[in-house]
Design a protein around this ligand. Structure first.
Ligand code: GLN
Length: 479
């Protein structure tokens, strides 16, 4: 391996410290790769030609001062923010630079990346497949080594699900861990910003950088996450892993199920104690989410009136319009109690399911493990005309948002390629933790990653470019 774009964030920082290459060489290498691969996968909507700092790719729903920010919507196609989101200011303090803004479903509403008003992002593992969404470009860019790491946002799975479908690591922090100031809101009681990375350690480091109090976001707690990898051991030493039976029922693709079961065996080999648990209200979570989200969307979208900034509302896409209408209906007088108030009650029950499962006084578990997505990446266009089918792909991710708990997706294998020549596609393992306990899910993820090394696998599209590059250089340079 002698392509510097394959390095993780922690490796890149170390290599720069040891002067193995300069920041300028690093940026050049990434920009060169973006020029070759981005036209094939559409992960970036805008590219910044920097020569300094460590490159990060930022979801286009996060405001970047002086850099066009569209949230994947035509309505904002000319919007240049006058200020940075808090997470951007925090990254700048760490010598990170924005290499580009990444494609996403319009206003983060979607699960495939196809609701972007500009073009769909394509999966680097198979260009006929979706990347998952809504942080589609942020996940694809990391899978294709077009940035060292990226930021996404997760309201119902938009970090974990594309990370799973693209074979990279995605972390949704505890609600309130990271400031959302400057994140174009979708559903404010659920939205969280988090990292998409090439390794679990990288996710922990970025969380350390972006977490902590912010006077500009009243929902952000003074609870900074501190990254101390030395605390992480290769074995799990009796840690209790709960497997919710509701996450393995009908609807889960048997090929995905087999990969997840293999991953659970691995955790057992690493000396975790595996116990079956129940989250009985899981079956109602999706319905509650798709009442709460459109309700909050209908209120948040009120600001886009086309008067102060942006174009008129006739420029909104189908899915956004659908949610504004559904939400307005669910909140209207006479219906509020039947829909919104009921959904809010279900939300409490979902949260209580987790509290019971994790309760230390009742012999509760330390983490909960299961699939991220019921299937691997599906064909572009396959679900776009069937919103209910599309919503079903969120079934395992939304509960964590409703409950406000942290969750990580990490690569755990592949569903095999088929005889029809279809490429093998990545599967993600989801680890959910107690509120404010990112530490334990990261520790479990780290032990698993070290024991399996799935995160080192690369899509053929990318390794082909890398080997061409190194042939051209005569294998001389590298580092
Ligand atoms: N797919 C989910 C939805 O469409 C999640 C979106 C998100 O997390 N931003 O609502």
């Amino acid at each position: 391996m002698n392509d510097i774009t394959t390095l993780t964030l922690t490796e890149t920082i170390e290599a720069i410290k040891q002067k193995k290459f300069s920041e300028e060489e690093l940026n050049k290498a990434y920009l060169k790769k973006i020029a070759i691969i981005n036209p094939k996968i559409n992960s970036f909507l805008k590219i910044q030609k920097n020569s300094r700092g460590i490159p990060a790719a930022i979801k286009d729903a996060i405001l970047t001062k002086g850099i066009k920010t569209t949230a994947g919507s035509k309505i904002l196609s000319n919007f240049v923010p006058p200020y940075n989101a808090t997470v951007i200011d925090k990254l700048l303090e760490q010598n990170i630079s924005v290499i580009g803004k990444t494609n996403c479903d319009e206003f983060a509403m979607g699960g495939s990346g196809e609701n972007s008003a500009f073009r769909p992002t394509k999966n680097p593992w198979d260009l006929n497949k979706v990347t998952g969404g809504s942080s589609s470009g942020s996940a694809a860019a990391i899978a294709a080594d077009l940035s060292v790491f990226s930021l996404g946002s997760d309201t119902g799975g938009s970090i974990r699900q594309p990370a799973s479908l693209c074979g990279v690591v995605g972390l949704k922090p505890t609600y309130g861990r990271v400031s959302r100031y400057g994140l174009i809101p979708m559903a404010s009681s659920l939205d969280q910003i988090g990292p998409i990375t090439k390794s679990v350690e990288d996710a922990a480091l970025v969380l350390d950088w972006i977490s902590g109090a912010d006077s500009l976001d009243a929902n952000c707690k003074d609870a900074k996450f501190s990254f101390t990898p030395s605390r992480w051991e290769p074995k799990l030493n009796g840690l209790k892993v709960g497997i919710p039976k509701e996450y393995f029922g009908e609807g889960l693709d048997p090929k995905v199920k087999a990969v997840i079961e293999e991953a659970i065996k691995k955790l057992e080999e690493l000396e975790a104690e595996i116990v079956e648990i129940s989250l009985p209200h899981s079956q109602y979570a999706l319905a509650a989410y798709y009442i709460i989200v459109p309700s909050e969307v209908s209120s948040n979208m009120g600001r886009f009136d086309g008067i102060r900034f942006g174009l008129g509302r006739e420029n909104l896409g189908q899915e956004v319009k659908r949610r504004i209408m559904l939400g307005t209906f669910a909140l209207s007088s006479g219906y509020y109690d039947d829909y919104y108030a009921k959904a809010a009650k279900v939300r409490t029950l979902v949260k209580q399911d987790f509290e019971k499962a994790f309760d230390p006084l009742a012999g509760g578990v330390d983490v909960i493990v299961g699939p991220v997505s019921p299937t691997t990446a599906w064909n572009l266009g396959e679900k776009i005309d069937d919103p209910l089918k599309m919503y079903l792909s969120d079934i395992y991710t939304i509960s964590a948002n409703l409950a406000g708990i942290p969750g990580i997706s990490l690569p755990c294998g592949f569903s095999p390629s088929t005889s029809s020549g279809q490429a093998r596609l990545p599967v993600g393992l989801q680890i959910l933790g107690k509120q404010w306990d990112e530490e334990t899910i990261l520790r479990v993820g780290f032990a698993y990653e070290q024991a399996t090394k799935w995160h080192l696998q690369e899509p053929e599209l990318v390794s082909r470019v890398e080997s061409q590059e190194s042939r051209q250089k005569g294998n001389k340079t590298g580092f």
